[in-house]
Each structure stands twice: as C-alpha cells, then as structure tokens.
Design a protein around this ligand. Structure first.
Ligand code: 3H9
Length: 690
C-alpha cells in the first residue's frame, strides 16, 4: 500500500490505495511503518510523500466512521510524522482533501502540481476536520481565511493555495523531483519547519475577522452543530496550546461522527456515488460516441440543456420551428452567459467559447447528423409523438433519441418510432444549466448501450444521472404529487399556507410548497390537472381567478410591487374556509410536526411503491433524487433515510391513521412499508429481488 524507494539520501514513500488513497486502517499502518523505517534508515536524510493516481489523498476512509477505530489513528500517525527528525515533503499531485490535506500540513514542506486541489470538505459530511486541520490550517493562513475555507468546504486550486501559503510552491515539471530537491534543501539547512510551531498568522486582526465570520455563520445556520464545533475548535487554537487545541478538535470530531446529521450526509455521499452504477448494466457495456448534440426547443428547458453541453465543451444545435422563438431562446442563453462573465464566475473568453458552441437552426430536418437528439418541446403527448415520428425518419441510424418529458410515458413516445431501442428519457430539472440531477428514464425497449451512453453523458455534462423506470412523473414528480395532494388536504383541514410553509422550512427545505407553487406558477399544475385529471380545489380556485403566483402578483400569497416574498392574504384564508365548508371538512389546528408527517409520510409511502415496482433500484437513488432535484435537506439524508430514522413502524401506523382521517385509501401503507414496519426493518437494508 506504500511503496518505498530510497535513492540519493531521499526515501520516496508512495501511497497506493486506489481509487482515492483514502486513509483507511491498512494504509495508516503501512504509512506509519514506512515512515518509521525511513527515519531509522541511516542512508535516508529526507523523505518525500507522494501518491499514485489522480487523487493525492481523498481524506479519511469515510466507510470507517461510526465503526470501532482500528489503530493507528490518523492523529497519532500525523504526530509521528510531524515529530520526524528528518524533513518530510508532500508532493501533492491531485486532490488533497480532508485527512489528505491534514497529512500534507503535518509535513515540513509541501509542493503541488498545477492541477492539485486542496481543501477541508469535512463540513459537507456534517463533521469537522479531526486530524489537526482546524489547528494547522489557521497557523498556515490565519484563522480568518482558514475558517472561511473550512466553512464552505470548497477546495482551492494549487495556485491559490500557494498564494495563501498552504503550499510552498507550484511545480510545472516533475513533481516528485521537485519535492526531493526541497526535502534535501531542508535537510542541508537543518531546518524542520513544523506548522504546529508557527503563530505568525494568528494576528489580532485575523482573530477579529474570524470572530466576525463566526458570528455571521451562526446567524445563517444556527442549528448546524458542526459549524458551532468548528468555531469552538478554531477558537481553541487561539486560546490553548497546540496539543490542548488538537484534543479539543478531536473531542468535537468524535461527537459529530455520531450526530444524526453526519450519518445522513454520509449516507447521501455514498448514495450519490452508488446511483451512478446501474444494476444489471455491466461496466463494459459498449458506449456510442457522442461528438455533438441537437436540442429541440429553445424554451427555458431547451436553452438550459444546450448550455449544459456548451459548458462541457460539446457543440450543440438548438432547433426551433420559427425564427422568433429561436432568437429569443438564444438571446436568453447569451444573456445568462453574459451575467456569469459579469459576476466573474467565468472569464470573457470562456463566455465567448461557450456561446460559440451553440448554434441555432430552423426545422427538424437539421437534426439528421447528430449522435444524440434531446427533445425539449411542449409537455404534450401529441406534440412529442409528432416530433418523434418525424425524428425517426430524419435522425441518422444509431442516434440516441431522448425526451425531456417530466411526466409522460416514454414507452408510448418510443412506440411511434421504428427504433424504440434508441429512445429514452432525460429528465433535466429547471434551471437545467444549474441543477445537477438528471433522471435517466429507461423505457421497456431502451438498449443497454443507449442507457450506458446516456449515464456517461450525464457525468460528462457534470450532472448526477439517476436511472429510473417509466411511470407517471418518474420518481421525483410522482412523489412530489403526493406531497402536493397532502398539502391541499391540509389546507382544507385547517392548516393555512403560511403555517404549512413554515413547517416545511422548519424541517429544512429552503422553501415551503405553497411559496414554491407561487414561484413556479399555479397555472402549470392547474393545466396539467386539466390534462391528466386530478383536483386541487384550493389551487384550482386560485388559478381560476387568475392568481398564478408571483408573476401575477397574487397566488397563495400577495406580492405587492413585485415583491419576491409573499405576504398573507385574508382573501385566500377565507377562500380556503369556504372550500372546506363546501366539502364538509371540519377544520382544526395542526402542529408543525403533524404537518411534516402529513406531507412527507405519503411521499415515503410512494417511495416504497416505487421500489416495489422497480422504478427506482435502491432507496438511496430516491434520496439522491430528492436531495439534488427538490432541495430535500441533505442533512436529513433524503426521504427514505429520514423515514428509517423516524422508524418505519411509526410511519406506517401514522399512514393508516391518515387514511381514515382523510378518507383516502391510497394513504394506507404500501405492502413493502407494511412488511418492513412489521419486521422492524429499514429501507437502507432493502435489496431489490434478483
Ligand atoms: C476526513 O478526512 C476526516 C478527517 O478530517 C479526520 C479523520 C480522523 N472514504 O467521488 P468518486 C470512494 S473526512 C472512502 O466517484 P472522483 C467513493 O465512494 C473525508 N471512500 O471519485 C467511490 O467509491 P465507489 C474528507 C471514498 O474521482 C470512489 O472512492 N474527504 C472517499 O469523482 C471514487 O469516488 C472528503 O470528503 C473517502 N474519503 O472524486 C472527500 N472518497 O467507486 C470525499 C471517495 O465504490 N471524496 N471514496 O462508488 C471526494 O470528494 C471525491 O471522491 C474525490 C474524487 C474528489 C476525492
């Protein structure tokens, strides 16, 4: 796991623990042993720490968290590294994250390749650095800059790391050779610069800026236990000696690892990675090459999807039926790129390059020479079938034909073509250029190589592709429909929109369902219910009055003078009471917990049905979809993980009660949920029948 080569007085220790050199017990032991050997070897004057692969070290091994710790611990290994009488220089060739950066900071020197990225992303896993990171980083770059970096968890580039003082130099050529040179220089000079001994960056100004940043962070997210712990750990470094402060950090880290938030975030981390693997689709499934794409429709979705391709360096042609719509669509895209360049998130050259990859064309016949065509036209079966039957005659043989439908039957769309094996759904989320989630909808006849190509393409577009089966609304919207239905029912039973929204934001969503409806436009749901059936008496009454939400200044809330946040409208409250009376529904008050249960348990129930039907392969896929497409709070791990934490018996019993209270039999627990509840089981342990 650690290769050792000694030459010219330098021992080069190379970590080799694919895929990301995570510092699991075996690697820690191997590193500890290799270090001890190099220190004991009289022919060795200096040591270089390098790593195989694209990643230097991806951090501690997250799979070990929550399990009994196997020695040696990472802090112990780093203590011995730090105390080495011979200088150790880290050669950082790729990402040095979490424990990886902590390892590098315990060395006496650090050089990095230009492509390296350095960061302490622990906060994203609900924890804080636990191997000296909260102490060494402030000593290197000041508590203010270190706190800011640890608070976002975002890595910095090698160049930025050098400017901040995290690495000594960025090396263009042979990294290990440069590290050797640096290590020998240190050995010659007799210097053993240890980060723990430094205090020059702990200036009064930096302390003050840190405290101001800490106060702001707490105000933004008062319930984030790990933010509070991070602040205490950094502060300890300013008030206590290094060893005492490291002990404080370690105690905070240990507590956080057991925190339900961290468990949920770790579940989300692994679920996201597992989602990329499609059961039954062998790794070596052939892929179809994709060099350029066509997108049909220059609306908001079409434009956003085209941007995804342009951003990933893939030329894309947007096809419309008439000049006006095309120009409007392309102008909107250009406007978005101009905005990004103005904000500094891309350079002007990058803006021009991206715009340059998007061309427009009028007429479907222009889709003839692309390897993939994505239809993003109006959400109407007639429209989609007409497009696909025409595409069937136009597209070149082997082209992948994808629909961006968010609800419709992809099998029925595929059936109008003579090549259903080439057809699948690619459900992007709005705004498509921003949202990471893509539901890859595998239709009955989709060929394995088409599916594998689509999943790969999703990754190439920097998206999170999750494969789902065909049903109305797929995974995300099908479950959302359950929540919407429950929300309407709650209104009629006595909870007002603001109370429902407050319960949902209190749960951790950024927005409640009614504020969300107002933002999206009430006309959308209203029209779709007209097309597909279903009644939402309150939302429909509002829409019938032309109250479409923010865009008309009135919806569930009022938006006077273009306000972005709504205020309560007594007229809406009165309307709700009237509709409830008409339906003979008795009204009562609901606690926030009751509201959350009423809204979320039916979603979990639908999730159970989705699993039973094989629409989603794993509970984690459902969680990944909800976290990345619908703003489900990641620290609650997604609806299925959350249901496990609530207890499936509690959920099932409540659903049976809701079925009686609402007179809606579909609220009865699904067979899978019922069975797991009876067995004391959890979704996380559920496996699809082979
Ligand atoms: C920490 O360090 C705590 C310390 O402060 C204190 C300790 C005392 N552990 O993402 P990918 C797996 S906390 C275990 O697809 P990429 C991953 O599950 C840690 N496994 O690759 C996947 O497995 P599979 C702080 C890990 O090239 C495979 O590696 N560090 C770990 O797109 C490939 O992963 C972080 O939070 C891990 N640490 O991206 C960094 N990391 O193939 C977390 C990855 O079976 N990692 N795996 O599905 C990442 O951000 C990315 O993996 C990385 C590579 C950027 C490194």
């Amino acid at each position: 796991m650690v290769r050792q080569e000694v030459a010219g007085g330098v021992a080069v220790l190379t970590l080799a623990n694919p895929p990301v050199n995570a510092l699991g017990a075996a690697l820690r032991a191997a590193l500890d042993g290799a270090l001890a050997q190099a220190i004991a070897d009289a022919s060795v004057r200096a040591i270089v720490l390098a790593a195989d692969g694209k990643v230097f070290v991806g951090g501690a091994d997250i799979t070990e968290f929550g399990k009994p710790q196997q020695p040696p611990s990472l802090p112990d290994v780093l203590d011995r590294l730090d105390a080495s009488p011979k200088p150790v220089v880290a050669a950082i060739g790729g990402a040095a994250l979490g424990g990886g950066l902590e390892l590098a900071m315990a060395c006496h020197g650090r050089v990095a390749a230009p492509s390296a990225k350095l960061g302490l992303p622990e906060i994203k896993l609900g924890i804080i650095p636990g191997a000296g990171g909260t102490q060494r980083l402030p000593r290197l770059i000041g508590p203010d800059a270190a706190f800011a970096m640890m608070l976002t968890g975002e890595p910095v580039s090698a160049e930025r790391a050098a400017a901040l003082g995290i690495v000594d130099a960025v090396v263009l050529g042979d990294l290990v050779a440069a590290a050797r040179t640096r290590a020998l220089e240190l050995a010659d000079s007799g210097a053993l610069p240890r980060v723990r001994d430094r205090s020059d960056a702990l200036t009064p100004e930096a302390r003050e800026t840190f405290e101001a940043g800490a106060a702001e962070a707490v105000k933004r997210d008062p319930d984030a236990t790990n933010v509070h712990a991070l602040i205490r750990a950094v502060r300890a470094g300013l008030e206590q000696d290094f060893d005492a402060a490291v002990a404080t950090e370690r105690a905070e880290f240990r507590t956080l690892v057991e925190d339900p938030r961290s468990k949920a975030l770790r579940h989300a981390f692994f679920a996201e990675r597992e989602a990329a693997r499609v059961p039954g689709l062998p790794k070596d499934t052939p892929r179809r090459p994709i060099q350029a794409a066509a997108v049909i429709g220059a609306g908001t979705m079409g434009g956003g999807i085209a941007m995804c391709f342009a951003n990933a360096g893939i030329p894309v042609t947007v096809i419309e039926t008439e000049e006006g719509a095309l120009t409007r669509g392309l102008d909107r895209v250009k406007g978005l790129y101009a905005g990004s360049a103005k904000r500094g998130s891309i350079t002007e050259a990058e803006r021009d390059a991206r715009i340059g990859r998007i061309t427009g064309a009028i007429g479907l016949e222009n889709a003839s020479h692309f390897e993939i065509v994505i239809e993003a036209a109006f959400e109407d079966m007639g429209v989609k079938r007409a497009i696909f039957s025409k595409l069937d005659t136009i597209a070149k043989p082997g082209a992948i034909l994808a629909t961006n439908t968010s609800y419709l039957d992809v099998n029925a769309i595929a059936a109008v073509t003579s090549r259903p094996q080439d057809v699948l759904g690619l459900h992007f989320f709005s705004p498509a250029n921003v949202m990471r989630l893509v539901e890859v909808v595998r239709a009955d006849k989709t060929a394995p190589d088409v599916l594998a190509t689509a999943v790969d393409l999703g990754k190439r577009l920097n998206k999170l592709p999750v494969t789902v089966g065909v049903c109305f609304g797929f995974v995300g919207n099908r479950m959302l429909e359950r929540r919407s239905r429950a929300g309407e029912r709650l209104l009629l039973e006595g909870a007002l929109p603001h109370a429902v929204d407050a319960a949902v934001t209190g749960f951790g969503f950024r927005m409640g369902p009614f504020a969300m409806s107002d933002l999206a436009g009430l006309d959308i749901g209203w029209r779709s219910r007209k097309d597909f059936g279903g009644r939402a008496p309150v939302a429909d009454s509002l829409a019938e009055q032309g109250r479409f939400g923010q865009k008309t200044g009135r919806g569930f809330y009022l938006y006077p003078d273009g306000a972005r946040t709504g205020t309560r409208d007594p007229e809406v409250d009165a309307l709700i009471t009237r509709v409830a009376d008409e339906h003979g529904i008795a009204r009562r008050s609901f606690t926030p917990d009751e509201i959350v249960a009423r809204l979320m348990y039916p979603m979990v129930n639908e999730g159970a049905r989705i699993l039973e039907e094989g629409i989603a392969a794993r509970p984690g896929d459902i969680d990944t979809i909800w976290i990345n497409g619908y703003n489900w709070p990641a620290w609650r791990g997604g609806p299925m993980h959350w249901a496990d934490t609530v207890g499936l018996r509690t959920v099932a019993e409540a659903l049976s009660r809701f079925a009686v209270e609402t007179g809606d039999d579909s609220q009865e627990p699904a067979p899978l949920l019922k069975r797991l509840a009876a067995e004391g089981g959890r979704f996380v342990d559920w496996k699809a029948p082979a």
